[in-house]
Design a protein around this ligand. Structure first.
Ligand SMILES: [Fe+2]
Ligand SMILES: [Fe+2]
Length: 243
């Protein structure tokens, strides 16, 4: 508790939570629109390959960030705890891109074709920014990206809504179902780390800038999914490409 006339220091976790709270209305509006019942089946079929393109990069991103964190050595107090967290979290996220391919197959799609297709620019921007900051600034930036992805996990009721409103087979909903369960703990772990990391204003800024960029990129991805599903609805407007 601070004494009168003084202020308690703002932790990185507090700064991150405060900024993400400001983005919540926009994220809630975008997800509400994405999962509206009208046309939900088409949007879900577009959502899966787009999310596969994102999630296939999660483990490689974290592995690279862990290498860079370790390389910082004793001169940077953030490096060791950051590397330890990332190495543990890699194992928690490993194989989740395969869940998406399984969902795509259960929906009648072709996982090999999805793997072969060039990921869209929105995904390259979304993920690629993290590579840049990891390589050329500080790997702590990746925590902002992870914080947003974990805390924007599917709601517990979402899988059932997609199954009932769009007739999607439950076998094609593994990724949504499992993340609704797992990511609450993942979010808690992430913020527990951020709250205790010994970081100063420069790295707090790196972390929060990365998180805000991730929110903005996520809204772009949702908008792309919505547009692509509309094109699918009307083949005369051209193509069925989802990503
Ligand atoms: Fe995951
Ligand atoms: Fe997760």
């Amino acid at each position: 508790m601070s004494t009168p006339g003084t202020r308690a220091p703002v932790t990185a976790g507090t700064a991150l939570r405060a900024r993400l709270a400001l983005t919540e209305p926009a994220v809630r509006a975008a997800t509400g629109w994405l999962w509206r019942p009208d046309g939900l089946g088409r949007r879900y079929a577009v959502y899966l390959p787009v999310m596969h393109a994102v999630i296939r990069a999660s483990v490689p991103l974290m592995e690279r960030a862990a290498e860079r964190s370790t390389a910082l050595g004793a001169t940077d107090a953030v490096g060791a705890p950051l590397a330890a967290y990332l190495r543990e979290h890699v194992e928690e996220e490993r194989g989740h891109d395969e869940w998406l391919l399984g969902d795509i197959a259960a929906l009648g799609g072709d996982p090999a074709a999805v793997r072969a297709r060039q990921p869209p620019p929105e995904v390259a921007r979304f993920v690629g920014t993290q590579y840049y900051w990891i390589e050329h600034h500080h790997p702590v930036a990746l925590l902002g990206y992870i914080a947003v992805l974990e805390s924007c996990a599917p709601a517990p009721w979402l899988a059932e809504r997609i199954a009932e409103a769009a007739g999607v087979p439950r076998a094609a909903l593994r990724t949504v179902r499992e993340h609704a369960e797992l990511d609450t703990d993942h979010t808690a772990d992430l913020f527990a780390l951020v709250d205790t990391l010994p970081i100063g204003p420069v790295l707090v800024n790196a972390l929060t800038t990365s998180a805000l960029h991730t929110v903005s990129g996520l809204l772009d991805l949702f908008a792309r999914i919505d547009r692509a599903a509309c094109v699918d609805e009307n083949p005369a407007r051209g193509g069925t490409s989802t990503s």
